[in-house]
Structure formats: C-alpha cells, structure tokens
Design a binder for this molecule. Sequence first.
Ligand code: RIB
Length: 303
Amino acid sequence: MSEVMSDLLVCGSLNLDLVSQVPHLPQPGETLAATALARLPGGKGLNQAVAAARQGATVAMLGAVGADSEGQMLRAILEAEQIVHRGVATLDHLTGLALINVAAHGENAIVIHGGANRALSASLVRAAMQPARVYLAQLEVPLDALHEFFGTAPQQGSLRILNAAPATGDAIALLTQIDLLIVNEIELQQLANQHTEHTDTLLGEDCAPLARRLLTNSLRTVIVTLGAQGARVIDADHDTPIAAPSVSVIDTTGAGDCFCGVVAAALAEGDPLIAAAKRAVNAASQAVQALGAIAAMPRRDRS
Ligand code: RIB
C-alpha cells in the first residue's frame, strides 16, 4: 500500500448511463417513445465516490474502464471531482454501460452491461490497494476482487462497508470480512434467503430479524434503506428508524448510492453511526429531486 491515507477508498463500477425518460416503464413486448435521452456518468462505485467527495471527504477509487471515449469521459469526472484514480485500470474491454428507463413518477428500471467492470481482477485490486479510514464496495465488480479488497483492508483502525447492491445472494461470503452492511429491503431478503438456504420469499417479514440473521463476528450493524420511508439502523439490540423528509421525486437513480457515499464520508469524518445515517437520508432525499445519479448528488450543506 502507498503512504497517502484517504478518508475513503471505493472499489466498484464505473458506467456510462444511457438514461431515457419514458411515460411509464415498458411492459414485456411494448415499444415506447422516450421523451428525452441523456448520456450521464454512473455506476454504483463512481456514484458513491462522488457522493462522498461532495461531502468533503478525500476519496480514492479502484475499478476499471475501457480504452474508449466513455472511459475517458468517466476518468474526466474522477478528475473533476478530485477523486484519486490511479487505481482505476484501463482495460481492453468496453466501458460499463447502464440502460436506464426513468418513468414520469421517478421509478426506474436498469439493464447493465458490465464490460470492463467485470474484468476487475483480484490481482488488479491487490496492486492498487491504498490506505484509507473507510473501505466501501458494492456488487457490480467480481466477487474475487471484493474478497481481495476487504481481505487486504486492515481489520483494526478502519471500517469496511459493503453495499450489497444490486441484489444477489453472492454477498453472503463477504459478510465475515465487513463491519457494516447497507441494503434495501429486496437485497436484505435475497441475502437472508441465501443465508438460510431458503428459496421461498421472505417478503412481508420484518427487517430486523432478517438483518440480525446476517450478523457475524465482524458485521455488527445493518442499515436497511427504505426509500421515501428513510432507513433503519439495526444491530443485535437496537432498531433505530431514521425518517426521511417528504419531497417531490424526479428520479430515484443513484439515491441509494448517495446514501452509501454520504454515510461513508460522515463515518470517516467521525460522525456517530446514527448521525451519519441521518445525514445520508437527508442527502438522498435531495438526490431524488433531480435527473441522473451524479448530476443529482448534493454538495455538503454547511449552513
Ligand atoms: O445505482 C444506480 C447505478 O446503477 C447507475 O448509475 C447505473 O450505472 C447502475 O450501476
């Protein structure tokens, strides 16, 4: 590891988001005319890194883009946001692409082509590891890379956060390598199902018992994000609801990423967990009021 300590090291995806605004999400077999089309920077890793940087955190990123114009565009965003990107490799693959439909009421549906993100290897991560107070990752890069990332991160004196998104049971194997898990309700149900080797749905079950099933020797807290309802911070003994302000929703894309990036930045700064979660709920409520993921990430309100 190099000597420079960042507040936050993010390991994750960088995508070009092709965002179509549509009257409603298409049904199977339906062709819809988009009312607007935008090419925007995205990817859960990049979104979270930018959200944290806009809170004032020093951020470095590990990931991969392609040797194409999209990769150059995403690197320019990293540069503009002052995110250290020497750990972002340029590989002989297409840059990751997300096809995003945003409906009039703000709901979205996303199809991903992982491209270079899927080629991020454990050895690339090993070579690019850097010291940080907080280590943050999601599930749009290969599991091997994430095992290397969390396995190499120091267990003492740093905090390892996994946002288990998008939903997949694969993250179970990472739960012994992290200190904090952030999931939405669907991701929580997927993980809890995987954990108990059930294939039935756990929908309708309360979050707290599901979250507590996932706790390990290192993982002591799960934050469940609940969209307009805010979030719950759950550990073995407490279940603390964090309410969200009521806002008009334009686009929910990247709201969860905003939450994760802001929690990580706040924890790196020394905020207690509940205060960090409140700050993140408020930031995510701002993020849903504009189109796009990164375009909508708020800057820190110091008033
Ligand atoms: O969480 C939103 C992000 O998911 C988008 O920016 C898209 O790129 C996908 O990774």
